[in-house]
Design a protein. Structure first.
Length: 487
């Protein structure tokens, strides 16, 4: 090798090493449409097929019911604006975990990451798997296994399949998400179209009767909003892909805003379709709301169609939850030496492959536990809602902490009407925390007050903290761009 070639090789080696290092962390690979599909897929789950019945039973009138669904969209939009500022100022695959780390330090961030991995994310995947299995079993009974095992086998099979799809890479996972979301949105539009074109209006008395007229529970705006906001939950998961969205400094705010507006419109359409077909009294008394609407509009075949639509909705939410959930586990692995295997990023595929596989295995374990313990396991996951709302409140407050602590940091997007809108968002989170605590204190699981289950999850995390060692060595940021550069 002559001196010129040697000099060229020496200069190329560092560049190659730098390129390899850059490929081993999240890269901007998700477009605006894929980001919207992911957010919509996380939010719109099986809840929209049940919650309108409960909200109608707690509402005094149709106007109040529609007003609460609209208010849920407004509250979610305010929260999305807060998260748009955090996600564009601190783009990171850890999402909420990273915000909490910067605002409150390592222990609080770890407790959040632990609760998210141990129950919130993996539990959601397992439960959505059961929803998928229950409804698909109605349309296509599982051909293998003992009687009654079909839903469980479907749940396990779909978790394995979607885990492998997402291990292939973010492009495969995002493409799957886009198509699933299109199917889901198309199904909701089908319900609205069937109600508008084929339904006979219900009797006048059924249209105007509210909770009292239906003989249901007393009117309660507070409890109705609890169910509305639970149905809107999940848009904050967009923060976990903030390091991978192309032109993220503009598209993160767009994705969050457009997603919430789309979801609000769809929810209002579904609520209108149910009200137009069944009336307030019919909605309030329905045990299978969407099935009742489709039966009245399309006949007996409509029930099979709605079962398939619920299965697709669950499938959409499972895939989206897998994508964002593995990224929070990846962030844990980057920051804690004993968990460093979770922090391996497959640069060629653009995915945290190890974290994705571990997440899938944990969800399969919870499916097995769920099959053994039935509704008790289902309740256990639901009772962790206070833990979720506690950290959601802390994430909202972190906006104030980080603005004060880092006032000179570039913020490509700033929440309008600061501090009014963030204060409204934090107040809503505090109210939801109180409401969920009020609910679980009245429940029990195996003779134990259900509120202590969330405490046990956090306590287990506290016991793990001393075993994880000191901080990991500094790493390159999860987002490869300089503050002034755009992709």
């Amino acid at each position: 090798m002559d001196p010129a070639e040697a000099a060229h090789a020496a200069s190329a080696a560092p560049a190659s090493a730098a390129s390899s290092a850059a490929a081993a962390r999240p890269q901007p690979a998700i477009g605006l449409r894929a980001a919207i599909a992911l957010i919509v897929g996380v939010v719109i789950g099986a809840g929209i097929f049940k919650a309108p019945s409960i909200v109608a039973s707690l509402s005094p009138s149709a106007e109040a019911m529609f007003g609460m669904w609209l208010l849920g969209g407004v509250v979610s939009l305010i929260g999305a604006l807060c998260y748009a500022e955090l996600a564009t100022a601190y783009p990171h695959a850890g999402g909420d975990y990273h915000f909490l780390m910067r605002a409150y330090g390592r222990p609080v961030a770890f407790l959040f990451g632990w609760a998210r991995f141990s129950v919130i994310t993996t539990g959601s995947i397992a439960l959505l798997g059961f929803v998928f299995g229950d409804y698909l079993q109605q349309v296509l009974p599982f051909p293998l296994g003992p009687p009654g095992a079909g839903p469980t086998l479907y749940a396990a099979a779909i978790i394995v399949v979607l885990t492998l799809v997402n291990v292939r890479g973010i492009r495969a996972g995002a493409a799957t998400q886009t198509w699933l979301t299109l199917l889901e949105v198309g199904g909701l539009l089908l319900i609205a179209a069937a109600a508008a074109l084929l339904a006979d209006p219900p009797p006048a008395a059924a249209v105007v009767a509210g909770a009292a007229g239906a003989g249901g529970p007393p009117v309660s705006y507070g409890m109705a909003m609890v169910f509305v906001l639970l149905t809107y939950g999940g848009w904050n998961e967009a923060a976990y892909i903030s390091a991978e969205v192309r032109d993220g400094r503009r598209n993160m705010a767009r994705a969050l805003t457009l997603s919430v507006l789309l979801i609000t419109s769809l929810y209002l359409l579904v609520a209108w379709a149910c009200w137009h077909t069944l009336g307030m009294a019919g909605m309030a008394s329905s045990e299978a709301l969407a099935a009742d609407v489709m039966r009245r509009t399309l006949g007996p075949g409509g029930e099979a169609l709605i079962a398939l639509l619920v299965a697709v909705s669950a499938l959409t939410s499972i895939n989206a939850t897998m994508i964002v959930g593995a990224r929070s586990s990846y962030a844990l692995g980057c920051d804690w030496p004993r968990l460093r295997r979770l922090g391996r990023w497959d640069g060629a595929r653009g995915t945290p492959a190890v974290a994705m596989l571990v997440q899938g295995a944990a969800a399969l374990l919870l499916v097995a536990l769920g099959a053994g313990f039935g509704s008790g396991f289902r309740a256990m996951v639901e009772f962790t809602a206070p833990v979720f709302w506690l950290f959601f409140l802390l994430a909202g407050l972190s906006l104030f902490v980080l603005r004060r602590r880092e006032p000179d940091l570039p913020r490509p997007f700033r929440v309008p009407l600061f501090p009014l809108l963030p204060l409204l968002f934090c107040a809503t989170c505090a109210w939801m925390l109180w409401s969920s605590l009020s609910y679980v204190f009245s429940q029990s699981l195996g003779g134990l007050n259900a509120a202590w289950i969330g405490v046990a999850v956090l306590a287990a995390g506290l016991l793990l903290l001393p075993l994880l060692g000191g901080p990991a060595p500094p790493q390159a940021p999860a987002h490869p761009l300089a503050p002034t550069e755009e992709n």
